[in-house]
Write a protein that binds this ligand. Structure first.
Ligand SMILES: *[C@@H]1O[C@H](CO)[C@@H](O)[C@H](O)[C@H]1NC(C)=O
Ligand SMILES: *[C@@H]1O[C@H](CO)[C@@H](O)[C@H](O)[C@H]1NC(C)=O
Ligand SMILES: *[C@@H]1O[C@H](CO)[C@@H](O)[C@H](O)[C@H]1NC(C)=O
Ligand SMILES: *[C@@H]1O[C@H](CO)[C@@H](O)[C@H](O)[C@H]1NC(C)=O
Ligand SMILES: *[C@@H]1O[C@H](CO)[C@@H](O)[C@H](O)[C@H]1NC(C)=O
Ligand SMILES: *[C@@H]1O[C@H](CO)[C@@H](O)[C@H](O)[C@H]1NC(C)=O
Length: 569
């Protein structure tokens, strides 16, 4: 590999002192779509089974991003019920047409020629990214939709990956001119490009994005599946309808050519410019840790154009964690700690539920403790999140009483302090924390009524390699000499790259009792990523009508420096 001119030695040069680093959005932020409007950048990412869906981040400097809204913030607009891992809401794109934002995405309820279930494309529009129009359902089925208005003809195009339906269609990029208000095609629906790889189910040209530069239209796609062989490729044409000519510079980015690299699975690119006209891309990628990763994160890649109108990404070189880019200032790494005391009136924007919640699974804010310190467990601080446990667990294909936050660092602690209670818990009533990647892979621990003795126990429920919902977790418990949840009982997770440690402290001055270490690959990630959950569950039974109120008064995350080498050691 030839030396990198963009980044090599940059850290040693004073002029490069302030520079953007990857990952751009650490934590599970897959399928990014970046868009600049005036001086503001927006990034939308996939949400899969998490609600609210379709997160939108905003930045003024390209380096520092803030989660500002979600395009699916009512449970009933695009309902996601009963579906399992890797389904849900995927691959958004953001388009700005005549001052209106369009968020386009798809509801992956299934894509199965035998069951005849297909992902359905939709979009919503908004002036401010906070108030959204009704959902418009598009006519074609498929995945990874993109809306583009041709500035020359004024026509609107819907471009997507058509799915293999078992008989008359195949995986490939398809397109029609579309009516933005009705979702109906206004022109022929046509397969327009099959990408650069031999045409089979593994090639999967997907994630199409259209844009125009210097008289050419460009069609940027992802290919090779979203795993190790994921890549970005591009084609161009004098018309937005093609025919398309592939670039001699393809693949534009493909870290899969060396599987020893730390950053892998690079692809699903979107191009954008800075206000000064410098080009860049966002892509998804994984930071590999012994074959495991936190999930697919969002990365930044510089883009250059040759005089004959073809782009390169990162000068055609591999993307490395040591690279820095003078497109934005230094990010604060490690970030300041995160703390949430659930002061209300709403849950903080970075918390998610699973699937479309159709019951109230929590309440947040003032718990009405004023003058009732004993009932509230002698809390001086009267706020918290009170969970409303239902029959469901984190393994069920439903909405358990759980709120989850994305794990954003590989070197951090997550601590959650339980609300005290003067009532006890039965053996089917649990409240705790989970290291969660999917319904089939999550390690839960917390408090419940002991199953093999009396009083309260600290339990560990391991759901790993589960053959599916309904399989009992591997459960162990440790008896505590208590019958009610004391004040300041805190559950701790220590995340350290290739392992997690779980522990608890029984009071504000108590040291942490570490109870389990487990390797990260017990919670593998595919399309999904790691989240920390706060949950309570009746584990198949209704929560007793006179049962205790359970929840959390505080969550704290502390981040430490992460050290990444360019190649996996
Ligand atoms: C894509 O591949 C299919 C199946 O081989 C073929 O019928 C179609 O014409 C191809 N599309 C283009 C634009 O070449
Ligand atoms: C990856 O590392 C292994 C072990 O060091 C080595 O044998 C292999 O050649 C490397 N692969 C590449 C593509 O460099
Ligand atoms: C709250 O304080 C009262 C009075 O000091 C004490 O009797 C009670 O046990 C405390 N309750 C809890 C849950 O700590
Ligand atoms: C449950 O976990 C324990 C402790 O890790 C282990 O010894 C045991 O084999 C596991 N049982 C099952 C059924 O996986
Ligand atoms: C309860 O005890 C039985 C018998 O020793 C054991 O198999 C089971 O794993 C125990 N359950 C828990 C939750 O510890
Ligand atoms: C994680 O953070 C700790 C505490 O700052 C530090 O000692 C350690 O070196 C870090 N570990 C890695 C692998 O970066």
């Amino acid at each position: 590999m030839r030396p990198l001119s963009i980044a090599a030695g940059c850290a040693l040069l004073a002029s490069c002192a302030a520079a953007l680093k990857n990952p751009l959005l650490p934590g599970w932020n897959p399928d990014p779509h970046v868009l600049r409007v005036d001086d503001t950048y927006y990034l939308a990412v996939s949400s899969f089974l998490t609600y609210p869906g379709l997160p939108i981040y905003q930045s003024k400097d390209l380096s520092n991003w803030e989660l500002v809204s979600h395009a699916l913030d009512q449970p009933d607009v695009v309902p996601i019920y009963g579906v399992g891992t890797d389904k849900g809401v995927w691959a958004p794109s953001l388009t700005h047409i005549n001052g209106v934002f369009y968020m386009t995405s798809m509801a992956m309820w299934g894509s199965d020629p035998s069951y005849r279930t297909w992902p359905r494309i939709f979009w919503r529009s908004s002036l401010d990214l906070h108030t959204w129009s009704d959902v418009v359902w598009a006519e074609p089925y498929g995945i990874d939709p993109h809306l583009y208005r041709d500035p020359v003809s004024g026509k609107d195009y819907l471009t997507l990956m058509g799915v293999q339906n078992g008989y008359e269609s195949w995986f490939g990029i398809s397109q029609c001119e579309v009516n933005l208000d009705s979702g109906k095609c206004k022109g022929p629906y046509r397969n327009i490009w099959n990408g650069t790889l031999p045409m089979d189910a593994k090639a999967r040209p997907e994630g199409p994005k259209l844009f125009r530069k210097d008289g050419y239209y460009y069609l940027l796609v992802a290919e090779g599946g979203t795993g190790v062989t994921h890549r970005a490729t591009i084609a161009r044409s004098k018309s937005p309808e093609g025919p398309w000519e592939g670039a001699p510079t393809n693949p534009l980015i493909f870290n899969g050519a060396d599987t020893n690299l730390t950053i892998g699975a690079t692809g699903h690119a979107t191009f954008a410019t800075t206000p000064e006209g410098r080009w860049f891309a966002t892509i998804l990628g994984r930071r590999n840790v012994n074959g495991w990763s936190l999930g697919r994160e969002t990365f930044f890649v510089p883009v250059e154009w040759s005089e004959d109108g073809w782009p390169t990404m990162n000068e055609g070189e591999f993307l490395l964690p040591s690279q820095t880019f003078d497109y934005g200032p230094d990010q604060v790494r490690p970030p300041a700690l995160f703390e949430d005391r659930f002061e209300g009136p709403d849950l903080g924007i970075s918390w998610y539920q699973l699937r479309s919640p159709y019951t109230a699974n929590y309440r947040v804010g003032d718990r009405g403790c004023a003058g009732q310190m004993t009932a509230c467990g002698n809390m001086t601080d009267g706020t918290g999140v009170v969970l409303r446990p239902n029959v469901y667990t984190l393994s069920d294909r439903d909405s358990p009483a759980a709120i989850l936050r994305k794990q954003v660092s590989l070197n951090m602690t997550f601590s959650a302090t339980l609300l005290p209670s003067h009532k006890t818990l039965g053996p089917s009533q649990s409240v705790g924390v989970s290291v969660y990647s999917s319904g089939e892979a999550h390690i839960d621990f917390g408090l419940r009524g002991c199953r093999n003795s009396t009083g309260l126990c600290v339990f560990i429920d391991k759901t790993v390699d589960s053959p599916g919902p309904g399989t009992a977790p591997n459960s162990t418990e440790e008896t505590l000499a208590i019958t009610s949840i004391p004040a300041d009982f805190t559950l701790h997770v220590r995340a350290l790259y290739d392992k997690y440690a779980l522990g608890y402290s029984a009071g504000s001055t108590d040291a942490v009792h570490w109870i389990l270490d487990f390797p990260s690959d017990l919670v593998p990630t595919n399309f999904d990523g790691i989240m920390f959950a706060l949950f309570a569950s009746g584990n198949g039974l209704p929560w007793p009508f006179d049962g205790p109120e359970v929840g959390f008064s505080r969550v704290k995350e502390v981040y430490y420096a992460e050290h990444w080498t360019d190649y996996q050691s």
